[in-house]
Design a protein around this ligand. Structure first.
Ligand code: FAD
Length: 419
């Protein structure tokens, strides 16, 4: 018999429970990806297309192929199921409202639909707080439960993918522009190998150093599932600090699974009043707020489709606390430009910063200038992304308003305060 494996944000052949199960149970397997033209192209589009090209190459090496169709995922999958006489569809379970709606539609079709783990280290519905409730609202108890969880085994790629004969694989569009990082499982695994070897040991001390840029930058690969989060967690076991970050990712996914409206509504339903100020929002987006550490982060985002975590915290806090603007405006801009932009991590972190999410200390102070001096003491990060300030020496770069005159082209401070 024949089974379809519907790929989505699990674009790999290593440690892929859905692919492994289909290859084990069915005589013939059709790996499928459906490009949905109704989902607007964004920063991630080129990265996605590279991921698909790489996945197709890997599947071909295993004797199979990646079948690509365009249109609505459910309609196209069912159409293909009819053409090849498939008896089952295997897919990795996901948490966003879009993915959940898709799963619900498949469940109504007259075909066996099987959901598999693989998008997170621990499946989003695997841990339940002992005090009741369907998910954890606070990170630390989740972390303790997460550490105790017994994992499924990490799976090798299947030996062979047997495709039904006479199937047209379908054309893959060429990426319009090359993304700042190469997409795909091969590039992701290479990056993981190199980074784990060279930098994992220094992660605890170096991950907050803005200019040092010592974090893994694996987030786009995790976003598209080019790298298995479980395999990564196992390989990185000796650094608790790093594994904890993967747990944060799982944490936001299990919140999103329980609260799929996370990108639209305040998770804790705290009423906050936000200011409306289009000019301020525009200045923030462009990296022209007059606060160098904020501008450096925002320009890194525009230049690379990625931003250091410490900078994300600084620019997000600045938007919601200094400028008093709605976190959703910030999250939308991030989502549009980040290669790793995903609903759970983006909205979860924005709500955490805005104090509308699961932060246990939502009112705590956070001074961007103090952060700048602590995490970019010599100003090297700012100098890299804000060329107007490149000639300002040392830490003075963080307070250009103290210079005899502002460097040409650099704006005065938008928030007007001093400190
Ligand atoms: P590393 O430090 O090497 O960490 C390894 C992995 O752990 C990351 O790739 C990521 O998958 C996960 N991780 C690390 N920190 C977090 C965190 N705070 N929350 C959840 N997972 C984490 N991350 C995204 O993947 N997508 C987003 O859309 C996103 N939006 C964010 C928005 C804001 C306002 C903030 C403050 C953080 C956001 N993050 C997001 C989390 C974090 O900033 C990035 O995951 C991290 O910077 C990616 O770089 P890295 O791969 O080098 O991380």
């Amino acid at each position: 018999d024949t089974a379809i494996v519907l790929f989505n944000r699990d674009l790999r052949v290593h440690d892929h429970p859905a692919l492994a199960a289909a290859c084990e149970r069915a005589g013939q397997v059709v790996p499928l990806f459906v490009l949905d033209p109704s989902i607007p192209g964004d920063a991630r589009h080129g990265f996605l297309l590279q991921c698909l090209a790489d996945l197709r190459a890997s599947l071909r090496q295993l004797g199979g192929d990646l079948v690509v169709r365009q249109g609505d995922a459910v309609a196209e999958t069912m159409k293909l199921a009819g053409e090849v006489g498939a008896a089952a569809i295997h897919a990795s379970a996901d948490v966003s409202s879009l993915a959940r709606r898709r799963e619900a539609r498949f469940a109504e079709e007259r075909i066996e639909f099987l959901r598999h783990p693989g998008v997170t280290v621990v499946p989003p519905d695997a841990l339940r707080p002992s005090g009741g409730g369907d998910h954890y609202r606070v990170f630390t108890p989740y972390w303790h439960a997460w550490l105790r969880h017994r994992h499924r085994p990490v799976l090798p790629p299947p030996h062979r993918v047997r495709l039904p004969s006479g199937l047209a694989p379908g054309r893959l569009p060429r990426p319009g522009t090359d993304p700042a990082m190469p997409g795909g499982e091969s590039a992701g695994r290479e990056r993981a190998d190199r980074w784990l070897r060279q930098f994992l040991a220094g992660y605890a001390d170096g991950h907050d150093d803005l200019a040092g840029d010592r974090t893994s930058r694996l987030s786009p690969y995790l976003r598209f599932g080019c790298v298995s989060p479980l395999e990564l967690a196992c390989r990185a076991e000796r650094s608790e600090d790093f594994v904890r970050q993967l747990c944060w990712r799982d944490f936001h996914h299990q919140v999103t699974y329980a609260f799929p409206r996370i990108n639209r509504e305040n998770y804790r339903h705290r009423e906050r009043r936000w200011r409306h100020d289009r000019d301020a929002l525009c200045a923030w987006r462009r990296g022209m707020t007059g606060l160098p550490i904020v501008d450096a982060g925002m320009r890194q985002l525009l230049a690379e489709g990625w931003m250091h975590n410490r900078a994300r915290l600084i620019v997000a806090t600045y938007l919601v606390r200094r400028l008093g603007l709605d976190w959703r405006d910030g999250a939308r801009h991030f989502f549009q430009h980040l290669l790793d932009g995903d609903v759970a991590n983006n909205s979860g972190n924005w709500q955490w910063v805005a104090g509308t999410g699961n932060d246990t200390r939502p009112g705590r102070g956070f001074n961007p200038l103090r952060q700048a001096k602590r995490y970019d003491p010599a100003g090297a990060y700012v100098r890299r992304y804000v060329p107007e300030l490149a000639d300002v020496p040392g830490a003075k770069i963080h307070e250009p308003w103290r210079l005899p005159s502002l460097p040409a082209g650099y704006p005065a401070r938008l928030d007007g305060t001093d400190g």
